[in-house]
Write a protein that binds this ligand. Structure first.
Ligand SMILES: Nc1nc2c(c(=O)[nH]1)N[C@H]1C(S)=C(S)[C@@H](COP(=O)(O)O)O[C@H]1N2
Ligand SMILES: [Mo]
Length: 498
């Protein structure tokens, strides 16, 4: 069994190391393959249990499966050769299929997997062959032969694990890419975001800051390993139902007039009171202008944006062409997009949940129709259109927090992108709704801070918040889960007052 695990570990480590310079990493390809194949209910269960640690869970499951196969291969090869080698061959073949199903796969993509499998088979046969030899040898020689195998296998296992761990950091393309990203000089916007007005940021300690730092911005995507897109090779194609397909590179994009917008991005999977929502100052070129150059056919009603790793989002074409200024973004809070947020370019569309609009690592905009094309999540039970729902959240005090009696500041955010917020109200222990103080509005596409001075009396209390949008519509109180098109219900927080 040790022979099997050692050979498997060395094979996997070798494959990951090889993938740092050529082809595709089998771990990354198989994990995204598994994500695509996982049924929606299971995915939801894993996310409910592990949250954004879902990918760590997946990697652990993969490693457990590989280890189990390796243990079995070791046993089999010892007693029934060559069935252990066959087991590794099957595992390798499955991984090759996984690699080849990824979008953009080439003939060289499975090379690391093939090399790793060959290494694993070679080491397995070598170790178990030695052990069989030891069975026939005189006792003293047998003991020393077994020790040699033990040391060799231990070393192979350790080197394999180190190689697999180090491969990501060693990846030449990864390091070169981060250097290229840092070297990017973003153009100045022709339309800069107005300065933040006084009174827009209430700066209540513990409450969400008005603009989220890049490092704190929520991250949601199906990518187990962040795609590495070299800006020199990156191309965006506008295809499908257009009179004039167009294509542009990163340098071309940076020459185009840029605009700055403060937009609050939200995930449809954000539960009531959740933190899958953040705000940044985005720098980008209006997608409307690019589409105008491509001249969409009048019957087209959707743009299917596609990322380099095969993710797709279906956005109503009017949301990309109307005056909301949907952006092909290159900058986030004054920096080139961080790799996890879509470098070199992504879409940011005010008013729509990310899964139908905010494609990161975008490489294609296919102009099409809702009755012809389906996007990644709409194929998995989520709504076809995803307008962001009116919602509000209490940031301070936190659930379960103990506070002193007397004046307590309750504060948070409310949002209804495209429309704006006209009021936020607070209710204590299901009592009457009272008006909270609203911060100044940055834009209708940005969340709005609010605060409420609460005269807290000793005991346990429940605070509830609700918002009213600028059209006078009240936030929906009926509770609905995030599936299929975003949660509704009021955020409530229980606090203890001493
Ligand atoms: N390529 C790609 N883009 C993607 C996704 C993805 O899985 N892959 N997820 C979308 C979803 S569901 C959301 S909510 C936003 C999140 O963007 P962020 O990670 O920058 O916050 O990205 C969108 N863009
Ligand atoms: Mo999302």
């Amino acid at each position: 069994m040790l022979s099997g695990v050692a050979a498997g570990s060395a094979g996997l480590g070798g494959a990951e190391l090889a993938a740092a310079s050529v082809g595709t990493s089998p771990l990354s390809a198989v994990s995204s393959w598994v994500i695509d194949l996982t049924p929606g209910w299971l995915k939801d269960a894993v996310i409910a249990f592990a949250g954004t640690g879902d990918k760590v869970v997946l990697l652990i499951v993969l490693i457990v499966v590989v280890t189990a196969v390796a243990l079995l291969a070791g046993l089999l090869e010892r007693v029934r050769p060559p069935w252990g080698a066959v087991a590794f061959g099957v595992l390798g073949a499955v991984a090759v299929v996984g690699v080849l199903t990824r979008s953009g796969a080439e003939a060289s993509s499975p090379l690391p997997t093939v090399l790793g499998t060959a290494l694993a088979v070679f080491l397995l046969r070598r170790f178990t062959g030695r052990l069989r030899g030891a069975d026939r040898a005189p006792q003293a020689a047998a003991g020393s032969a077994r020790r040699t195998v033990l040391i060799g296998a231990g070393a192979a296992a350790a080197i394999g694990v180190l190689a697999a761990l180090g491969a990501q950091g060693l990846s030449a393309s990864g390091r070169a890419l981060e250097a290229a990203r840092r070297a990017v000089r973003l153009p100045h916007p022709v339309r800069a975001a107005p300065p933040i007005p006084a009174g827009a940021d209430l700066e209540v300690p513990g409450a969400a800051s008005l603009i989220t730092d890049n490092a704190d911005f929520y991250r949601i995507d199906t990518a187990v390993f962040v795609p590495n897109l070299n800006p020199e090779q990156w191309r965006l194609r506008i295809t499908g139902m257009v009179e004039q397909p167009i294509e542009l590179g990163y340098a071309d994009l940076l020459e185009l007039p840029m605009q700055e917008s403060r937009i609050t991005l939200a995930c449809v999977s954000n539960p009531v009171g959740g933190d899958l929502i953040s705000t940044a100052t985005w720098l980008g070129h209006p997608i409307r202008e690019l589409l105008a150059r491509a001249r969409p056919l009048p019957r087209a009603d959707m743009v299917l944006s596609r990322s380099s790793d095969g993710f797709t989002a279906g956005t109503p074409i009017e949301a990309l062409t109307d005056d909301r200024d949907a952006l092909l973004a290159v900058g986030m809070n004054g920096r080139p997009l961080p790799q996890e947020h879509g470098f070199p370019a992504r879409l940011v569309v005010p008013g729509l949940y990310g899964y139908v609009s905010a494609t990161k690592w975008v490489v294609e905009l296919e102009v099409t129709r809702f009755d012809r094309a389906r996007a990644y999540w709409t194929d998995r039970g989520w709504g076809e259109r995803g307008p962001i729902k009116l919602a509000s959240r209490i940031d301070v005090p936190r659930q379960g927090q103990a506070v002193g009696a007397g004046r307590v500041t309750v504060a948070g955010v409310a949002w209804r992108q495209r429309t704006g917020i006209s009021a936020v109200q607070m209710s204590v222990d299901d009592g009457p709704w009272q008006e909270a103080e609203l911060a100044a509005e940055l834009s209708v596409d940005t969340w709005r801070q609010w605060r409420f001075d609460w005269d807290a009396t000793p005991g346990s209390h429940t605070l509830r918040v609700r918002a009213v949008d600028a059209d006078g519509r009240e936030q929906v109180e009926a509770e609905q889960g995030v599936l299929p098109d975003g949660a509704t219900g009021l955020h409530r927080v229980r606090v203890r007052v001493a």
